[in-house]
Ligand binder design. Structure first.
Ligand code: NOJ
Length: 538
């Protein structure tokens, strides 16, 4: 068992690339069709440690704990164990060791706001109104008409309240009814979750992605939400809601919860907490950095992920992230995850190359979702009997495609979800050929690691260089680069004379290199370019 982090550099995550693994779908070592921890161990070469590896800095595993899978693992039934189908704690220890041996960090998913209805805490809590754990969850009496205590909606639709027949009260669930909200106003809950974190930190885990933290606290008076809402400033955010979620999420008290989590993380050296909040940047920015720097180290920012392929929207997604975080905080960017359609499906596979340049040359921390490096797309039409997620997110959770063939190198058995054209889209094929999307991701990550400017340099956007063209500089010490992304299918000619007269191509999505004239820079349709600049011209 490893208890020392691989390196204690403070802020090791600055400029890092995190790779999200959906454990059920990454690699299956025992042929049962379900991914597992030893499967991940067997595939680490893909991620880091060899010349052909992607070279990511850390992996984040979606939940691996025992769970009845009402929300595919985000309904945890035991915070300090590994689900049988994923392996054992000993397998987990081997995974930690194998990651650290490669200089790679390992993050787990912490789901602190709700448990499974099968978690022993909830089983006890619902057993009687007088149970000592009753107050670990959010219970309330019915309204006078016998209905739910108030009008709150749940994320996946319907009331956020479920009636418990035996005790005659309702419990609150911000997500599925199988995910009762923990009551973070009760200090015993903070202690119990803190102990679960310590359990994994002592096993060598380098941090947590903290799930849905805005749901940690609800109004103590359970006041109704107004049945009216303004459109969100963030395209794609919560489109189905009929009310303004004012009293059930994002309560000011959530900051105290996060401070408590941070205190636990700070008991250990070099650990990171990445908060997940589906909210516009101005909201998430309040949870990171700042003078006290006592909340999350990082917070996911979904504005780019939820944006349409539109020059203005992507410009804003970048600029808002840069402008609205506190000066010392690092922004984060991602294009895909297990909750949203993949960007190759939303935006189209042909845009994946220039999108990768955008993602991996921005400041802060970039997160990849497994499979995006080979251009995997959502399953176009899952048969009814192969659907598991009631919220319809299976299509982006299909197994990783390692090789051609029936199990796609993912399993020797029958994959739990069908694969999507592994004959054409797989790692083995792309690893063996230069110029593939995988090769581009690898080169971009290598460049990001080698370049101080890309890894930790400042960011400055340059507007108006050409229609549909995004452009920014990154500068650190004596190094300066400019990134140019043509979002249009057609060629464009950009005027970068305000940046410099000339530069040297470090990387392009098309086959080109050498010196370029920045006063008249011809770009191919959907070309992404990273150009080194003479420092003197800054
Ligand atoms: C966010 C997770 O990413 C998602 O998969 C889950 O359904 C909710 N939080 C609830 O835990």
């Amino acid at each position: 068992m490893t208890s020392d982090p691989v390196d204690d550099r403070s802020r090791w995550w600055e400029g890092s690339v995190i790779y999200q693994i959906y454990p059920r779908s990454f690699a299956d070592s025992n042929g049962d069709g379900i991914g597992d921890l030893l499967g991940i161990v067997g595939r680490l070469d893909h991620l880091r440690g060899t010349d052909a590896s992607l070279g990511v800095d850390a992996i984040w595993l979606s939940p691996i704990h025992p769970s009845p899978l009402a929300d595919m693992g985000y309904d945890v039934a035991d915070y300090t164990d590994v689900a049988l189908e994923y392996g054992t704690l000993a397998d987990f220890d081997s995974l930690v060791d194998a990651c650290h041996a490669r200089g790679m960090k390992l993050l787990l998913d912490l789901v602190p706001c709700h448990t499974s209805i099968e978690h022993p805490w909830f089983v006890e809590s619902r057993s009687s109104r007088h149970d000592p754990r009753r107050d670990w969850y959010v219970w309330a009496d019915p309204a006078p008409d016998g209905g739910p205590p108030n009008n709150w909606e749940s994320v996946f639709g319907g009331s956020a309240w479920e009636r418990d027949e035996a005790t005659g009260q309702f419990y609150c669930h911000t997500f599925y009814p199988e995910q009762p909200n923990l009551n973070w106003r009760n200090p015993a809950v903070a202690d119990a979750i803190g102990d679960a974190m310590r359990f994994w930190f002592r096993r060598g885990v380098d941090g947590f992605r903290v799930d849905a933290i805005q749901a940690a606290v609800v109004d103590d008076q359970l006041r109704d939400n107004p049945p009216f809402r303004r459109p969100s400033s963030m395209p794609g955010l919560d489109p189905g809601r009929a009310q303004a979620w004012l009293w059930n999420v994002d309560r000011p008290e959530v900051h105290d919860v996060v401070r408590g989590l941070r205190r636990v993380a700070d008991e250990f050296a070099g650990r990171v907490l990445v908060g997940e909040l589906y909210a516009p940047v101005e909201r998430i920015a309040g949870f990171v950095g700042g003078t006290a720097d006592d909340e999350f180290h990082l917070a996911f920012n979904f504005e780019m992920l939820l944006a349409p392929w539109d020059h203005g929207e992507l410009t804003l997604a970048i600029e808002r992230a840069e402008a609205l975080h506190p000066p010392d905080a690092l922004p984060t960017f991602a294009l895909s995850n297990h909750d949203q359609p993949r960007h190759t499906t939303r935006w189209g596979r042909e845009r994946a190359r220039v999108a990768a340049v955008m993602l991996l040359t921005l400041r802060g921390v970039s997160t990849l979702y497994m499979g995006e490096e080979i251009g995997m797309v959502d399953h176009p039409k899952l048969p009814k009997d192969r659907r598991f997620d009631r919220a319809g997110r299976d299509a982006q959770r299909t197994p990783m495609q390692w090789e051609p063939g029936p199990g796609a190198g993912f399993t020797t058995g029958t994959p739990w979800l069908p694969t999507v054209d592994p004959e054409r889209v797989n790692v083995a094929d792309q690893r063996s050929r230069p110029g593939t999307l995988l090769d581009l991701y690898r080169r971009l990550i290598a460049l990001r690691r080698e370049s101080a400017a890309l890894r930790r340099g400042t960011h400055r956007s340059i507007f108006g260089v050409a229609p549909d063209v995004l452009c920014w500089t990154r500068t650190a010490d004596a190094e300066r680069v400019v990134v140019v992304c043509n979002l249009a299918d057609e060629p464009r000619t950009a005027d970068l004379s305000r940046v410099a007269a000339s530069g040297v191509v470090l990387l392009s999505t098309v086959d080109r290199g050498g010196d370029v004239d920045l006063r008249r820079l011809d770009l191919a349709g959907l070309e992404g370019l990273v150009i080194s600049l003479p420092v003197a011209e800054s």
